[in-house]
Design a binder for this molecule. Structure first.
Ligand code: GRF
Length: 191
């Protein structure tokens, strides 16, 4: 599987894929990391692993979401990417990416979807008082945090949890299920 990863921030999920591949748990290659925030820690991780990293800054595409996505598609296609992994990609994906990679765009979200969609998935779960939350890997579609679910993992909410402690516990599970979900998607949606 030829993967392209989109990340906006820390990139710990991106690195978990590199580790799963290195450990022989996922038969794949990461062809390129695309990031949208200069200084994203994900870029430093790419450098350490020798993965090409390309900055495409959405601030250069104000109100031109489609053109931003077209620039991303161009790089992904150039690199021979088959599967697009949004690993902490804090931008709304448009039909430009989805139609270039039909059924080939995967997202990871820090809640048990369909509960707590959106960027405050961890905080909203905490505020709702649920005792169990978790993470979801799913195929992306045009809405935010919807689309066929591939893998989920449950995570208990502890009495003293803050958004940070809860998110850290969720991320441990994210790092486990993201590689699994990619392998599963490749089997469920073969080329
Ligand atoms: C993850 O919790 C993911 O679910 C959410 O953004 C976070 C990214 O974390 N979409 P990282 O950059 O992979 O560390």
């Amino acid at each position: 599987l030829q993967l392209g990863v989109l990340a906006s921030g820390s990139g710990s999920n991106f690195e978990s894929l590199l580790e799963a591949i290195a450990a022989g748990k996922l038969q794949a290659h990461i062809k390129v990391l695309i990031y949208n925030n200069p200084g994203a820690k994900a870029a430093a991780r790419a450098q350490r692993w020798g993965i090409p990293a390309v900055l495409i800054n959405h601030r250069d595409y104000k109100k031109r979401r489609q053109e931003f996505d077209a620039a991303i598609v161009e790089i992904l296609k150039e690199q021979g990417v088959e599967w697009v992994i949004m690993a902490g990609w804090m931008r709304i994906v448009t039909a430009v990416i989805l139609s270039a990679f039909p059924n080939r765009v995967i997202n990871i979200h820090p809640s048990l979807l369909p509960s707590f969609r959106g960027i405050r998935g961890v905080e909203d779960a905490l505020e709702a008082g649920v005792k169990i939350t978790g993470c979801t890997v799913h195929l992306a579609d045009l809405e935010v945090d919807t689309g066929p679910i591939l893998v989920q993992a449950a995570v208990p909410v502890l009495p003293d949890d803050t958004p940070e402690t809860l998110h850290a516990r969720i991320q441990v599970q994210e790092h486990r299920i993201l590689p699994q979900a990619i392998a599963l998607a490749a089997r469920q949606y073969p080329q």
